[in-house]
Every structure is written in structure tokens, then in C-alpha cells.
Write a protein that binds this ligand. Structure first.
Ligand code: JFZ
Length: 445
């Protein structure tokens, strides 16, 4: 590695975590709902009687469907059963504090009536502005809304994957103006937007235009002060992405954790803000008619991911792919309900909680800690056959009391068995859900 510091015009704009109120709100949210909705929901991973198992939102590319054919799906998009309030209520019950919606995915179709392309919701049989409906419905439930925007655009004639000729460069600069206009339009027309989630920025064309990614970040922040932008937007002077050529994170949080989480012992991620986005199936973001073509994660697995993410100071964005009729598939509804029932009891260990500073990783699960009060939570996933939870404590810290978050009256015996070794004796009972124990500590340091 080259340790010489490079002079960058388009690199990281600041170091360390943002501490303003908007960022603190983003961070305290912890749990979000991702929604991928577009024309790809109509074929749902099937084309001319054939099932394509790769990501449904990539069907146009997987099945080599020409633009003219794909784009005519626009005239079929008519989600007559779409009720934004139903979605927002479901999200609220699941316990999310924010939602991120695809305003435009790689296919280029826009869910809002943009003035910059006809390829938008206004020119479908449905006609109505879906982005506005969702922003209003989710905001009424107290849920923040962020906009996903794919810079990569399969529809726009001026999109380029690389810049090899003068013609490419002229076309692509027109494209960059188009995309910037759209982003300005989104920021101006939906004043409550809390963040922008960029995608489709991995091609050479963008890497060669790092200046544009910074310009867009700055434009959005000048129209909507406090708005939160993911690292995936950004490229620097040398085409380095997410992290600049000096190793500093660009944007406000790292968005490289896609369908994977950092290891529970990762000591790097806790020093920055980050978010993991997750699918329930293996790799389906948009609606796929076949739910069982890959392994689907169980609610308990997803809850564990949410807790692991929180324990490492990150946000967890769980994806849903609504159907073309505007409803959410029953499998996703059931998972949302299960998670919501768990959150109703245990969310104190999630909201405004983060990494429990100094505490080592434990065999039975994860510690989280409230960012404001310092309250310590043990979220238990694995109970030993002995019924004894062994807690490795820190120098000078003793545990004075342990109590169930759900049932404060059920006693848990706490016994210090050696220096920095505490046993918690759980009552003889079986648990069907992961549970939270609040630990009261005395700090003698
Ligand atoms: C992208 C999209 O292509 C996909 O359709 C979905 O929208 C997802 C959220 O983002 O897919 C990615 C993006 C980044 C990586 C992998 C797939 N990555 O960083 O490894």
C-alpha cells in the first residue's frame, strides 16, 4: 500500500462520523425497509414461458430483451390494488423507522412524473405519482423516506459504460446533466426526503467522472441540508470508489455491505456509519413470481442479522419486492409480521442503540448499547444446555443486576465466579424467540 497522501479534488469531504441531528436521526433509526418496484415486477422473472433464476430486476438483461419490447411494459403498469397506506402500516408494524424506494432502477423507468423523460409513471395506465403517495403515507406513520437512484440506465440513449471516443464523452456528459436534473427534481419536489441511496455507479464511465459524483452530493446537500448520501455514489479523481485514494470514506455512510454483514468481530466498521442491505431470498430485489427458487431466510435469521448489524453500529435495510398489482406478497407480509412482533417487545435494544464499547463478542449472542443512556442489552440467540450464560465482563465493571426486558419480574441470578467472569442463571423455561436481558453495571474505573 502507498502511504503517501494524494492530493484529491473529489475525495472525502470530512473525516469521522457526522454528528448533526439529521445524521443522528438516520443512525438511531437502525432498521429500514428497502423497496424495489418497477416494470420488472410485471414479468416477475418469467419471459416467454421460461423462468430466469437470476435477480428478477435483471430480467431485461438476463433474457436479452430489446429496449422497445421492455419499454412497452410501461403500457401495462397498472397496480390497481396499490394502497400506500397499507404498505406504510405494514412497515410501521414491522418496526422500521425508514424506507428506501427505487425511484429509478437500472431499467430507467421512473416511479415519479419526471419532466426529463417520458419513460415514467405518468405515462402508464396508472398515471398517479407513486413516489408522492409513498412519501405521504410513510411520513404520516412517522417513517423517514429515502430515494434509491440508479445512475446506470439501460433505457437512456446517452448512457455509456465507458468513455472511449469523443462521441461517448459528448453523449455521456448529456447523460450526466439528465441525471443531475432528475436528482434536483427529486430533492426539490419531495421536501421531506431524508437521504439518497445511489446505485449503478461501478462502470468506467462514472469512475472517470468522479467530479460529477461530488457535485451531485453537494447539490443535494445544498437543496436539502442534512440529507444523507451513501458511499456508493462516490468516485474520486483516480476512480477509487466508496473510499478515496487516501483510504477515507466518501459520502456519509458505507453502503458496500450488500447481502452480507461484516464479521461480528470486525473492529473497523464501528468507527464509521454503515448500512447493510439484505434480500430475503438469495438474490432477488424485484418481485419474482417464484419465491422458492432459492433459499429464503427465516424471520429469526433476519432478526439475528438486524441485531448483529446494530451491535456493530450499522443500519439494516431489509428488501421487499411488491407485486405488479400493488400488493405485497403473502410470504413477505408474514415475515414482516413476525419481525414486528419481536420488535414490539425488544426494540429498545435496536433503536438508538449501537456497538457496546469495549465489550467482547459473546457466545450466546450480541451486546448492544443505547447511544444516549449507555444502557447495556444482551440479545440472546444461543442458550447453553446448562442454562448458564457466561458473560465476559470488562476490567473494573461489575454486573449488579440482570433482568428480562419482556418480564422484569422473572428473576435472573447473577454470580461473579472469577475476575471478569459472570454467570447468569436463566429460569428453567424454554424460549421460542431470541430475547433481551438488560444488564445494570457498576463501573469502578
Ligand atoms: C445492485 C443492483 O444491481 C441490484 O439490482 C439491487 O438494486 C442492489 C441493491 O444493488 O446490486 C449490487 C450492488 C453492489 C454490489 C453487488 C450488487 N456489491 O457492491 O457487491
Amino acid at each position: 500500500q502507498n502511504h503517501e497522501k494524494k492530493l484529491l479534488k473529489y475525495g472525502a469531504q470530512y473525516e469521522g462520523k457526522r454528528t448533526d441531528a439529521a445524521m443522528q436521526k438516520w443512525r438511531s433509526n437502525r432498521f429500514g425497509q428497502f423497496i424495489h418496484w418497477g416494470l420488472y415486477a410485471i414479468p416477475g422473472g418469467e419471459w416467454k414461458g421460461k423462468t430466469y433464476t437470476y435477480a428478477a430486476e435483471f430480467l431485461k438483461s438476463s433474457a436479452h430483451i430489446p429496449n422497445s419490447t421492455w419499454d412497452s411494459l410501461q403500457y401495462q403498469f397498472n397496480p390497481v390494488k396499490f394502497d400506500p397506506k397499507t404498505w406504510a402500516k405494514m412497515a410501521k408494524k414491522m418496526g422500521v423507522k425508514y424506507m428506501t424506494i427505487t425511484t429509478k432502477h437500472h431499467e430507467g423507468f421512473c416511479l415519479w412524473p419526471t419532466q426529463y423523460t417520458k419513460f415514467n409513471i405518468g405515462n402508464t395506465p396508472y398515471k398517479k405519482d407513486i413516489i408522492k403517495a409513498l412519501v405521504d403515507a410513510y411520513n404520516s406513520e412517522g417513517i423517514d423516506v429515502n430515494f434509491y437512484y440508479s445512475v446506470l440506465d439501460w433505457h437512456h440513449p446517452d448512457w455509456r459504460y465507458d468513455i472511449k471516443t469523443k462521441e461517448d464523452s459528448i453523449a455521456f456528459s448529456r447523460y450526466l446533466t439528465f441525471a443531475q436534473n432528475q436528482l434536483k427534481e427529486l430533492a426539490e419536489n419531495y421536501p421531506s426526503v431524508k437521504g439518497f441511496w445511489f446505485d449503478g455507479t461501478w462502470d468506467q464511465s462514472i469512475k472517470k467522472n468522479g467530479w460529477w459524483t461530488l457535485q451531485v452530493e453537494q447539490m443535494l446537500k445544498s437543496i436539502r441540508p442534512g440529507v444523507v448520501v451513501n458511499s456508493r455514489l462516490r468516485a474520486d479523481d483516480y476512480g477509487a470508489r466508496h473510499f478515496d485514494s487516501n483510504g477515507k470514506m466518501m459520502g456519509d455512510y458505507e453502503s458496500g455491505y450488500e447481502r452480507r454483514l461484516p464479521s461480528p468481530t470486525d473492529t473497523q466498521v464501528i468507527h464509521r456509519d454503515w448500512e447493510a442491505c439484505m434480500t430475503i431470498p438469495e438474490n432477488q430485489w424485484g418481485y419474482h413470481k417464484k419465491w422458492d427458487i432459492s433459499y429464503t431466510k427465516t424471520p429469526l435469521e433476519l432478526i439475528e442479522m438486524l441485531v448483529q448489524t446494530t451491535s456493530l453500529g450499522g443500519n439494516f435495510l431489509l428488501n421487499f419486492g411488491p407485486k405488479p398489482d400493488g400488493t405485497i406478497r403473502i410470504e413477505e407480509q408474514q415475515i414482516a409480521e413476525h419481525i414486528g412482533n419481536w420488535m414490539k417487545i425488544n426494540s429498545a435494544a435496536i433503536y438508538n442503540a449501537g456497538h457496546a464499547k469495549g465489550w467482547p463478542r459473546q457466545d450466546w449472542g450480541y451486546f448492544t448499547q443505547n447511544e444516549t443512556t449507555g444502557k447495556l442489552y444482551a440479545v440472546v440467540f444461543n442458550i447453553p444446555i446448562s442454562g448458564i450464560l457466561k458473560i465476559q465482563t470488562l476490567e473494573g465493571i461489575t454486573i449488579s443486576k440482570a433482568s428480562f426486558l419482556e418480564k422484569p419480574d422473572v428473576p435472573i441470578t447473577v454470580k461473579e465466579i472469577a475476575k471478569k467472569q459472570v454467570n447468569l442463571y436463566l429460569p428453567q423455561q424454554s424460549f421460542s424467540e431470541p430475547f433481551v436481558i438488560i444488564l445494570d453495571t457498576i463501573n469502578e474505573n
